[in-house]
Design a protein around this ligand. Structure first.
Ligand SMILES: NC(=O)c1ccc[n+]([C@@H]2O[C@H](COP(=O)([O-])OP(=O)(O)OC[C@H]3O[C@@H](n4cnc5c(N)ncnc54)[C@H](OP(=O)(O)O)[C@@H]3O)[C@@H](O)[C@H]2O)c1
Length: 464
């Protein structure tokens, strides 16, 4: 086989292939022919030459990715059931493995998605169960690697091995290398609550691995790092998906993205983003705040240290994520937060004896001293025909965001929340004077894993 080395392939040209291949539903052969011609054009070579795929893959990874995108696109479509001949010298074997040097184009039935999971706790375990029990028709999807805090299992049987504590010490660089060698669309899912894995996103994305996460640390972390990750995704020709960081499985991020992509101008977003704080303020009036916290604790709604919920930091993170989605270049420090933890209790460190009694229990006892303030606020709101709701708010026009306990009329959508509902209202040029409202449970392993799974499928091209 004659082999040519394509000396120069501009990244922008390769990106154009990807855009074209992914963005349009074209006849596959024509796409491949076009791709081939443009490689020759970009390399200033002409004629009917065979291409050595492994040389090209090494020297021009962008071209390889473009070819893979073509292959995925081809195999995703039921419009092309049978292998067809092409004038192009590119042969595609299976949806994800491409080689060149032959004239025939062959494709297997199912495109492949290889998932590497970091974090197999409540959400991660549920995600594995959902992938294993509901693989979508037409997609060959499997979890090929699972990393926990100290052990990492790669290859066949990874979920079970990791659950049993079998494998090697966790090494997220090695995980990235392993995923690079996997077939088809590669996806690493970060299902930890830790900031550590965020540091690897850029490297993974640059290698052409999609990243999916319900972890808020990257989305609300330093703006500089956030921008680097966005740039890395662009460079790698893949995406970072984070729908489940706000509202768990509710369509919040995609709603904003769809509004913006279709030319609408989002003017304001307000939301009840914490299930715990939603639960507290959805209870009938007349109860002391400490009693409400005790009830939430009894029903499993609070963190082991209730201050983690009451401080508003979690809501602040979600507000930053949404604000950035609307183009605001802000960091956590730019978002003022009204903490519901009384000042003296912010720095309270429980003694060993108090810890033994249960941190939450002792904290709730201490909160009783401050009940009068909250009772007065609740009664004032009630007298005005209003209710209190803990809300993150983004004023896009003013480029400002904040988190506070605010009062809403009883006929406002936020007054109609129940149980631990999340609710988000999007005001835009189109959605005015009535905003678009999304409401529902915004926490829980099953719904969160479902939101993550949907992102994995987006990466795999299912919703294209
Ligand atoms: N649960 C929900 O309802 C919900 C809702 C929305 C969003 N989320 C988000 O989803 C994420 C996961 O939540 P979860 O409830 O599943 O947490 P979890 O039950 O505490 O599980 C965390 C998992 O991450 C692993 N882990 C921690 N640090 C790690 C590291 N540096 N490297 C590798 N693995 C590490 C842990 O390993 P070990 O197994 O070794 O301990 C564990 O498997 C969090 O970011 C959370 O904020 C959760």
């Amino acid at each position: 086989m004659r082999s040519i080395l394509v000396p120069v392939l501009l990244a922008s040209v390769a990106q154009a292939y990807v855009d074209e291949l992914v963005g349009e539903d074209q006849v596959f052969n024509a796409v491949l022919d076009n791709l081939f011609d443009r490689v020759l054009e970009a390399s200033q070579l002409h004629g009917d030459a065979d291409l050595d795929s492994s040389t090209l893959a090494k020297t021009h990874p962008d071209f390889s990715r473009a070819l893979q995108a073509a292959s995925n696109q081809r195999a995703m479509s039921s419009m092309f059931p049978a292998p067809v001949a092409s004038r192009s010298q590119i042969a595609v074997r299976g949806p994800c493995q491409a080689s060149m040097g032959k004239r025939a184009v062959t494709c297997s039935a199912k495109p492949k998605v290889s998932v590497g999971l970091v974090g197999a706790g409540l959400v991660g375990k549920d995600l594995i169960a959902q992938i294993e029990s509901n693989p979508p028709n037409g997609l060959d999807i499997s979890v090929v690697a699972v990393a926990r805090s100290s052990v990492m299992a790669l290859g066949a049987g990874a979920p079970k091995n990791a659950a049993d504590g079998k494998g090697d010490p966790t090494d997220l660089v090695k995980l990235g290398d392993f995923m690079t060698g996997q077939e088809g669309t590669k996806v690493i899912v970060d299902c930890t609550a830790d900031d550590g894995p965020s540091e690897y996103y850029a490297a993974w994305l640059e290698k052409g691995i999609n990243v999916v996460t319900p972890n808020k640390k990257m989305g609300s972390g330093p703006l500089k790092r956030y921008k680097e990750v966005m740039a890395a995704a662009e460079k790698g020709g893949v995406k970072w998906y984070y729908e489940a960081t706000v509202g768990a499985g509710l369509p919040i991020i995609t709603t904003v993205q769809d509004l913006i992509k279709t030319g609408d101008k989002v003017t304001k977003i307000e939301g009840i983003f914490s299930g715990t704080l939603s639960y507290l303020f959805n209870q009938p009036p007349g109860q002391a705040f400490s009693a409400l916290i005790a009830d939430a604790d009894k029903n499993g709604f609070t963190e082991p240290d209730p201050r983690d919920d009451l401080s508003g930091t979690d809501v602040q993170r979600k507000t930053v994520i949404l604000a950035r989605e609307c183009g605001l270049e802000i960091d956590m420090d730019d978002v003022p937060v009204e903490s519901l933890v009384p000042k003296p209790l912010e720095s309270w460190e429980p003694t060993a004896e108090e810890k033994a009694q249960g941190l939450a229990k002792v904290f709730i006892e201490k909160m009783k001293e401050y009940d009068a303030d909250m009772t007065a606020r609740m009664e004032k709101a009630d007298a005005a025909g209003e209710v209190l709701r803990y809300v993150g708010s983004i004023d896009v026009k003013a480029k400002k965001a904040s988190v506070s306990l605010s009062s809403f009329p009883k006929n406002h959508p936020f007054a109609a929340t129940q149980y631990a509902d999340n609710i988000v209202s999007f005001a835009s040029e189109r959605y005015t004077p009535r905003p678009l409202v999304v409401q529902g449970p915004g926490a829980g392993a099953a719904v969160t894993a479902g939101g993550v799974f949907a992102d994995v499928l987006r990466a795999g091209g299912v919703f294209r």
